[in-house]
Design a protein around this ligand. Structure first.
Ligand code: SF4
Ligand code: SF4
Length: 169
């Protein structure tokens, strides 16, 4: 991770409380208008983001796994879902499954993913900033700014746009 990205994560940590409060204040924003704005900001930020110099999500945040993920990846590896689960999966008391270790075992030394084409759905969607439910997910969004420099940049740009154009109803 670059020094600039590390600095963004420090700013995200300092802004954590403020951002949690901010998400509560946008509950009444028109969802359709906001979604188009968020998609545009998401695309703008990721066009300038080099995930290959970062990989902080893969190094620090084990993705949630669905049974479909487990079946697909284990099949591709030529082992049973049961064997895969024993070697790679942790299940918490709520029944939620994640990989059992970070950095992810599938992350390679050049920051590429060895199972990229069949990676878990949660990896594909991370950091969830282009999803319709984004404005409603305070905890997840703020948590992601502590891990993902792009998620922090997206949130800061969104705050600025909402402030400038007064999109609140
Ligand atoms: S999605 Fe975010 S945390 Fe993951 S590699 Fe890209 S910038 Fe880094
Ligand atoms: S499966 Fe691939 S994309 Fe997902 S955390 Fe592991 S290395 Fe990253």
């Amino acid at each position: 991770m670059t020094e600039a990205d590390q600095n963004l994560l420090l700013k995200a940590k300092d802004s954590k409380k403020e951002n949690e409060i901010w998400f509560r204040t946008i509950r009444n924003v028109k969802t359709d208008t906001l979604h188009d704005t968020i998609i545009s900001i998401h695309q703008e930020v990721f066009a300038k983001t080099d995930c290959m110099t970062c990989a902080n999500c893969c190094k620090t945040s084990p993705p949630l796994l669905t049974n479909e993920d487990i079946n697909r990846i284990s099949k591709s590896m030529g082992i049973s879902a049961k064997q895969f689960t024993k070697s790679y999966v942790l299940q918490d008391f709520n029944g939620e499954k994640t990989f059992n270790i970070v950095p992810c075992k599938f992350l390679q030394s050049d920051n590429t993913c060895s199972i990229y084409d069949i990676r878990p759905e949660a990896c594909r969607r991370y950091p969830h900033t282009d999803e319709m439910e984004y404005p409603k997910r305070t905890h997840l969004n703020v948590s992601n700014t502590l891990v993902c420099p792009a998620a922090y940049n997206i949130l800061e740009k969104l705050k600025s746009v909402i402030h400038q154009h007064d999109l609140r109803i």
